[in-house]
Design a protein around this ligand. Structure first.
Ligand code: C5P
Length: 224
């Protein structure tokens, strides 16, 4: 059977990555969390005090960054590594969420990440989630989903995720963060978040993860 690319784009905390991960597992495909890559770059820039507004500094810093995904069989997940160090927990923290959209709006950062993502998916057989997969990274993806959900519901889901990791953040702060990220993501000059004309819209506000996974797999089955 031919292998295809499944692109899942959309707003923050709509369930993109949880859905994408499970779709990939059921189809025997690879899963690439492109948001994790932008988060890892943000962490590096903070650690190395890279000035976001200095393109030369940004370019030099990008040359020193290597992002990989290592499978952890015990945790049953892929973990993001930055220059060989496992940063999976760190990049999910709120201080990274507060800066990641600013960093991912930098054109040099996007060019570098997009090139790496295209390389990772060149053999196809991947599910990739992000903001510009169906528009920029794989405009020829066979399956394109654009996810959305009500802001309040997204914030509640995000709060539960953070709580499960021991980080207590109030709902208002999460709503502010989601709205700020959505605004930066949809208005940036370089590959803004926008629904591809051939993407299918999925509102996950009142869906369970299982329903979302089944929905994407049904769509994929029709394209195979
Ligand atoms: O998916 P996640 O919420 O972890 O992504 C973090 C941030 O990375 C997003 O808010 C967005 O600013 C950026 N991002 C992006 N392009 C992608 C994936 C993520 O700009 N393909």
């Amino acid at each position: 059977m031919p292998k295809i690319v499944i692109a899942i784009d959309g707003y923050s905390s709509c369930g993109k990555s949880t859905t994408a991960k499970q779709v990939a597992a059921r189809m025997g495909y690879g899963y690439i969390d492109t948001g994790a890559m932008y988060r890892a770059v943000t962490l590096y820039f903070l650690q190395e005090r890279v000035s976001f507004s200095n393109p030369k500094e940004v370019e030099l810093a990008l040359e020193r960054i290597q992002i990989t995904f290592n499978h952890n069989p015990k945790a049953g997940r892929n973990e993001t590594c930055l220059n060989g160090l496992n940063v999976e927990e760190e990049i999910r923290k709120m201080y990274i969420s507060n800066l990641v959209s600013e960093v991912s709006a930098i054109p040099e950062v996007r060019w570098s990440m997009v090139a790496q993502q295209q390389k990772m998916g060149r053999r196809r057989g991947v599910v990739m989630d992000g903001r510009d997969i169906g528009t920029k990274v794989f405009p020829d993806a066979e399956v394109k989903v654009f996810m959305t959900a009500e802001t309040y519901i997204r914030a509640q889901r995000r709060q539960q995720e953070l709580l499960a990791k021991g980080e207590l953040v109030n709902l208002e702060e999460i709503i502010r963060n989601l709205e700020k990220r959505d605004l930066i993501d949809t208005t940036r000059a370089e590959s803004p978040l926008v629904q591809a004309p051939d993407a299918v819209l999925l509102d996950t506000s009142h869906m369970t993860i299982e329903e979302q996974v089944d929905w994407v797999i049904e769509l994929a089955d029709r394209r195979l």
